[in-house]
Design a protein around this ligand. Structure first.
Ligand code: TMP
Ligand code: ASP
Length: 237
């Protein structure tokens, strides 16, 4: 499948049209960016690592009945996906408090949450992706009705029910993660974007060592080693 025209470029990926109307190529980029930070030029083959990790996770989710945009991997850093209209809501699922949750509400870092917390953020870089509630989502026309919001929450929780034990079996705590959904040509809400150490937090079960983008965000070093370790564990090597 050939890339024809660049349709969209985000922080982590470029999307290209193909000669098939309902299919796009998602190219995973190597750039590492931090929240609101400029590119660093730190490149270590992140695109290929994220593409492979995402591929494994999408396959696992599909096997468990979650509809995703994933079709297949074309090469190390290119994935063939279904074209969707992205819903501009970042659905964040949290099992353990860290990151912005601890800052916003002064919850102690590392607190195991008594239930799976689902949050919505407005996907808008110029506003720094602010947290929003259900009524903001309707107000901003991000979805057509409350039923769609309930569907996003339900799907987010279901993904967590599949992924949390999967990563646990690989010696990783799935601390939190961000999902993006879109509508396909038949108006079904399906999982899109990526699932990788850029969009999830993984802590080693034994040591609580961070094996995700926080290594970069917090200048912890060994980013490449961490991403490679996640891929290795996901593949069960
Ligand atoms: P946060 O603690 O910074 O709000 O992040 C929660 C989770 O969502 C974490 O796994 C990182 C992920 N995330 C993204 O992938 N992209 C984003 O723009 C944001 C804000 C969070
Ligand atoms: N939304 C992006 C992300 O986490 C911001 C960043 O590049 O860090 O991953």
């Amino acid at each position: 499948m050939e890339k024809i025209e660049l349709l969209y470029e985000g922080k982590g990926k470029k999307l290209y049209t193909t000669n098939s109307e309902n299919l796009l190529v998602s190219e995973f980029k190597d750039d590492l960016t931090a929240f609101n930070a400029e590119k660093t030029g730190t490149e270590f083959g992140k695109g290929a690592l994220n593409c492979k990790i995402s591929t494994e996770i999408f396959k696992l989710l599909e096997k468990n009945g979650i509809k995703t945009h994933f079709i297949n991997m074309l090469d190390d850093s290119n994935m063939l996906v279904k074209k969707v209209d992205i819903i501009n809501i970042e659905v964040v699922i949290r099992n353990i408090a860290t990151g912005s949750l601890t800052k916003r509400l002064a919850i102690k870092d590392g607190t195991v949450l008594p239930f799976t917390l689902v949050e919505f953020y407005y996907k808008d870089d110029s506003l720094n992706d602010p947290i929003i509630n259900d009524e903001h989502c309707i107000l901003l026309d991000l979805v057509s009705n409350e039923g769609e919001l309930e569907e996003l929450k339900r799907l987010g929780r279901e993904v967590n029910v599949i992924l949390k034990p999967f990563f646990e079996s690989k010696g990783l705590k799935l601390v939190d993660f961000k999902l993006e959904f879109g509508k396909d040509s038949e108006d079904n809400i399906i999982l899109a974007d990526e699932i990788s150490p850029d969009s999830c937090r993984f802590w080693d079960t034994q040591t609580n060592e961070k094996l995700d983008k926080d290594r970069f965000r917090q200048n912890l070093g060994n980013v490449k080693v961490a991403y490679e370790e996640v891929l290795k564990r996901v593949l069960g090597e």
